[in-house]
Design a protein. Structure first.
Length: 100
């Protein structure tokens, strides 16, 4: 019997939003609202990582922002990104933040 390959939740999300790109903006908006409520920045940054993967991957994001890939991976998964890097990332992903 062959091994069954299971997808991670991140892989599922990326696949879903590649098929439904118009819903990506709402996904990020909800993630931002949740971050504002609970302060879980890791979850919000993970949603940006999903958006980056949907929009061509971290290598493309690196090229678009001028930030190296290692710093981007660290920003998404290990450390707090600098505000200037965060702004470059969201601008490259076509995301804008607004105060309501």
């Amino acid at each position: 019997m062959g091994k069954r390959k299971f997808r991670t939740f991140d892989e599922f999300e990326v696949e879903y939003y590649k098929k439904h790109p118009k819903e990506l903006k709402s996904y990020i908006e909800v993630a931002l609202k949740e971050f504002q409520k609970d302060g879980n920045e890791r979850a919000f940054l993970a949603s940006l990582a999903v958006a980056a993967k949907v929009r061509g991957g971290v290598a493309k994001l690196s090229k678009d922002t001028g930030l190296n890939r290692e710093n981007l991976y660290r920003s998404f998964f290990k450390s707090d990104p600098r505000l200037s890097n965060f702004v470059k990332i969201i601008n490259s992903l076509g995301i804008s933040l607004r105060i309501a």
